[in-house]
Design a protein around this ligand. Sequence first.
Ligand code: GDP
Length: 466
Amino acid sequence: MKVDQQDTITALATAGGIGAIAIIRLSGKKTFEIMNSLFRDKKGKEKNFSLLKTHTIHFGYLTDGDKIIDEVLCAVFKNPHSYTGDDTVEINCHGSTFIQQQILDLLIKCGTRLAEPGEFTLRAFLNGKLDLAQAEAVADLIASTSASAHRLALQQMRGGFSNQIKELRKQLIDFASLIELELDFAEEDVAFADRTKLTSLVTELLSIIKKLRSSFITGNAMKNGIPVVIAGKPNVGKSTLLNALLNDEKAIVSPIAGTTRDVIEDEMVLNGIRFRFIDTAGIRHSKDEIEIIGVRKTFEQIKQASIIIYMIDANETSIEKFQSEMDEIKSGLDNAQVMIIPVVNKIDAIRDESILIAYRGLEHIIFLSAKTYLHLDELTEKLLSFVNTGKIDSGETIVSNSRHAAALFNAEEALQKVVDGIKNNLTTDLLAFEIRFALQYLGEITGEIYTDDLLANIFSKFCIGK
Ligand code: GDP
């Protein structure tokens, strides 16, 4: 990625293809000079873009010499009052791909270059218009496909999370400077930084960081959807349930055991939360090669799931067997946060009502008929209860970015070492070492500290034109 801020860059900001209108962005030092040469007003007169007011829009023609390319509207943003912080013009043209390409070619001929993915936002970051966490929220906002993902991105873009991190870091910096001072006077064995105060500060920071980090489970679920595995022996009705939930016929339903051989994934949005349903081949010890692969995949999927719907046929298995199967699944899980919902299916065709009584004591149990949709609403309510949407309504900060969660984890580790170190009379230089680490990890979240690699990694995932 070029982090060259001198170039004037351009790109199509709207989606590629034909549309009613298209917007081409132009940003950088030469923006106005280029527009002066290409834009003509209704009377065919030039305009001096440097003299125009910021945040104004101008109707006219985009021309290449004597040739008119299109009738356009140009929005003018003067530095520093633009998205990037540099002089910017957004050309609204007619959305033909031919026109779009002609304008881009013309702008390149005039000395601009095509922007890299995310380069407009990168410039905004480098010009201090937004910090790194906010820039990432812009990408999340564009990618959001559910109400919850949208709200999270919006919250992060408005900077609440960034301010919280900056504040934590600031408090730590004050102490870090005292510790560093001690290092300068190492010979004299003085302690400028009160260890009790340092312990209580770091403990407080740790509790905030832990809370933020644990919010990632909710945040990640809201942003990326909640992976739900439907598991159980063949023929209990897993595919039928998936179809009922998705209301379509994607999985193959058949009365022959072991039909669902592959892992099928589909999504649905329930009350603004995206659920990713994963139908599996079932857990049965099989000799069939393809099915063995399917069963292995089931276990892999179960490990990635946040919710496991574990299903049994109301007529077939005893509660002891059901419980031992669920225990087998639980023992294979590394993540204690997984919700297991036991589902007793086919209650529409139950032969012996008394079987159901034994199941009633199980936590989260649902008696279902996937075929007739009976109690399907209970199941969807249970699914929704996994996400604490109240957190987002109350404005509590929710971390939804895995990079931030990893940085918080690293900062937490370093700060824990500081607390332990103080207890064990660790030398000042080693304490200082861990504090510096913690500061670096926190700083990387908002971009107070960054490397070119970090920026390249983040912005390369953006779309072109953003
Ligand atoms: P899977 O192997 O677990 O995916 O099971 P399927 O969804 O393919 O279902 C196996 C058989 O059970 C099919 O014939 C379904 O029609 C039937 N079945 C599934 N759910 C129900 C239900 O709630 N009630 C009844 N009576 N039959 C069901």
